[in-house]
Design a protein around this ligand. Sequence first.
Ligand code: PLP
Length: 512
Amino acid sequence: MRGCSNLHKTQDKNLYFRSTRSEKEMVLASEAIIKGIASDGGLYVPESFPKFEKSLLELSSFDYRELSFYILKKFFTDIEWADLKACIGKAYDEKFDNPLIVPLVEKKGFFFMELYHGPTLSFKDMALSILPHLLQVSTLKRGIKKEIVILTATSGDTGKAALEAFSNVEGTIIIAFYPKGGVSKIQERQMITQEGKNTFVIGVEGNFDDAQQGVKEIFSDQEIPRVLGDRYIFSSANSINIGRLFPQLIYYFYSYLNLLKTGNIKEGENINVVVPTGNFGNILASYYAKRIGLPINKLICSSNENNVLYYFIRSGVYDMRRNLKVSLSPSMDILVSSNLERLLYELCHHDPGIVRNLTEKLKREGKYEVLPWMKEGLKDFYSGFATDAQTLEAIGDAYRNLGYLIDPHTAVAYYVYKNYVQDTKDNTKTIIASTASPFKFPTTVLKAIGGKVDSGDEFSNLERLAEISSLPVPKNINDLSKKKVIHNLVCKKQEMKSLVLEILKNPDDFKS
Ligand SMILES: *Cc1c(COP(=O)(O)O)cnc(C)c1O
């Protein structure tokens, strides 16, 4: 590589990140990626939105990796270009089962942006595939020699996507806790068969909140660093990390460019996007894409019956004082959407005092209302929701009328979009974010399209779904029932910490 003049090049102008909650901090991307969350508990937000020199037409010849580089170098300005390119190359490669990485599928005028071609069949792969590599170059860049320990509690999709992403990445160890009996058969199987010398998967006797609580306690524990010394640095890989957020902008641009290339839109023409929303990460990425110039008209936020965001977007009132409902679209079962804090920051034109007040109010009273003038910015959004019955109806509708199989999360978006069109008569071309493969939720999908459901056994439902739809089972779950179980640890919530200590004292021994 000698003689390559670009090797150590970074963006000429640095972009700083600040906290949503105070003006104290100002950090570059590598630091924000390592820390995950600001010292005051706020989220890192870009100080300003970068501009693109290239026109959309010029960008339309880029493939997924080239476009990733063009976009990410504007945000991660202190990561050297050669490193960033290497991260992108390792992230978006053959582990995606489609060479386009994110294909845009048209069915009778509906455009489905399939974000589920990664190794775990959910859209979490889009960002988690690159995060470990960004973390690795960030720690190197900052001269940190410690090993990175990723601790996560998962209710399903995130845990497996993180395990897969961190598996065998040098300098990292990942420990994932899941509620034993609280995830689907397929999800559990995906996790306990995880390969990789640095992966640990542990079932917790209890529900998701128990596992989550246990992980939080470990993060704030004082004894752990004393016992382990400074060999490790803990991180969480959760969706508020900027290393997960900004890679999610890429596919909005990419899909827009796809529409442009295929002559479905003209340069500069507006589109809408519909996003099945949980933690508000994916839709926030589309909002940021709009802010840096992607021509988007409406951002259509779709929820299931945990529809706190639906009311928020319509009224400016966020009210989480209710019970969480377990729905058919489990990855959207959330009452506190953490990334919403970043939207608040934009709505109040970057006034951290206002954001801090609102978040404190939420903690104290379970509710807040934004200031009247902040509601202006909510006009970029439209919101709707689907009940479980409507979700099933939407899967059946797409199957019968479009000849297309969709998963329950995508179905929520499809349902809300159809209502939107009825409601507004808006015929702007629209991209529907398809966030999971239908084969990840075979029982629900099979039931929705009128197939016979073998109640207990998800694996036989998987076979039947493939048979009825004449589609192949995606290769990443096809051999799942035959894969060797590698992880069989189960513990009580009170034992989580001692188990983590035991693992970290000697990870290699623990494994063999
Ligand atoms: C995580 C997830 C979502 C929600 O995305 P957010 O970024 O949390 O809003 C939707 N669908 C699927 C399948 C997911 O895994």
